[in-house]
Design a protein around this ligand. Structure first.
Ligand code: SF4
Length: 119
């Protein structure tokens, strides 16, 4: 059986107050967005964060390239976009963060499946 290699990306701002437990629980329980894999064997290859925006930026902004290239080198099958990467607008509608969208678009172009959500 083919082993599915999974990575999860999350929001740096949210990570200030989130231990990632909800995403990991869903992954290990094959719940919510991970239920689609059924009996397939999964391996969590990476759980990474964006490098931030606005007042919450990491010093090494170029480092994001390294992380994106790492996903390609790892040949992950799917990148799950944690719920925290979508933010509510003033009307309460959720929109995927444009930074995450750009990362997701690049990885999709290299053949990686992009899945919205984790738990
Ligand atoms: S760029 Fe997007 S995902 Fe990253 S910290 Fe800012 S809002 Fe969060």
């Amino acid at each position: 059986m083919h082993l599915k290699k999974i990575a999860i990306i999350r929001c740096l701002k949210t990570s200030a107050s989130c231990a990632g437990a909800g995403c990991l629980r869903a992954f290990y329980d094959k719940d919510k967005a991970f239920a689609q894999y059924g009996e397939e064997e999964l391996r969590l290859m990476a759980m990474w964060t964006c490098n931030g925006c606005g007042d919450s930026m990491l010093e090494n902004q170029e480092g994001i390239r390294k992380k994106i290239e790492r996903m390609k080198a790892l040949e992950i099958d799917a990148l799950h976009l944690s719920h925290c990467t979508s933010k509510k607008d003033e009307q309460g509608e959720k929109h995927l963060c444009p930074t995450i969208k750009a990362i997701a678009d690049e990885l999709a172009a290299s053949g990686i499946k992009i899945v919205q959500g984790t738990h």
